[in-house]
Design a protein around this ligand. Sequence first.
Ligand code: SAM
Length: 363
Amino acid sequence: MPNTAAKPIYFDSACAEAFATRIMDMVDQGAAAVMISVGHRLGLFTTLAEQAPATSAEIAARAGLAERYVREWLAAMVSAEIVRYEPGNRTYWLPAEHAAALTPGGAMGNLAVYGQHVALLGEVQERLLSLFREGGGTSYADYPCFHQIMAEDSGQSVISQLFEHVLPLVPGIDRRLAAGIDVLDAGCGRGAALIAMAERYPASRFTGYDLGADAIEFAQGIAAERGLGNIRFELRDLTGFADRACFDFITTFDAVHDQKDPADFIRSLHGALRPGGVYLMQDIGGSAHLEKNSDFPMATMLYAVSCAHCTPISIGQGGAGLGTMWGWETAERMLQDAGFRDIAMHRLPHDPMNVWFVSEKTS
Ligand SMILES: C[S@@+](CC[C@H](N)C(=O)[O-])C[C@H]1O[C@@H](n2cnc3c(N)ncnc32)[C@H](O)[C@@H]1O
């Protein structure tokens, strides 16, 4: 059958050219993001930040890396206007203002961490193509280094502000933690949030469950290294979690939307709280409505991560695949349906991608 759809009679060449330029820029920026990830993983931004202008040989020697690869990476970074280059003496340097956004502890946060998500997207492309063609889902094992990347991500959004901005969202929690309560972090990953709390509040008891064996092993190792006797990490699939009334404070950090059944998961957390207990949920703060997300920070990356990770992870567990951008509206409704009342929703300035819900179990 011929395509009878109406065709535009006017073709705006300037618009087409501008769009083509934009696509070329996007490809260029995407490549820069992958190279940012490479530089981050190899500690090259830190090496540059600690060094005066230096040649590729000097930078490679200091980083303990192969010069030829370092030189090519530097060329990509210079082209992306991240690193500066002096052709006279062939030296490279990272301006302090750029180091502030690309190194651990930088004043702008270490944004290089997020480049790893883009690199991971490329790594799973072949698997993703087969999911489009054949359906089905994935498991966490399909994503190399996932728990490490995620721990670095939440190191920015959660850990760096845990005591200053995150816990203060929960009225009275500092006092209760100091007095001694039972705390669960569900889907704790490598457990950094719990470890930080366990160190600060020795009278409280902390439990972390996760289905990632390598993440739990990592968390147990750190807890043992620090001699923490008030924390335990357990390998546990929380699908169908049915423990009742045994925690006073439950947290989930970015661990609900890719569950098999997020609504049931939230219901089970409500059941696991004692009356008067509090649930703190951090999750992606976009809207459930695509048209409302055009200005949402890093919306393209979040939808891409959703397509390549969060959606197939949920489908792989036999779930609905809500996706990363399930929306704060959906989260709020699920909290209400689970029985939570007086749900407070917060946004934190350091973390524009996430929304924070605080809800108490009243009965
Ligand atoms: C996006 S990661 C967040 C990890 C951690 N909370 C953080 O902020 O770094 C989601 C975590 O939930 C865990 N998870 C997902 N489904 C789970 C389930 N059914 N039971 C237990 N853990 C689960 C994953 O293994 C993963 O560590």
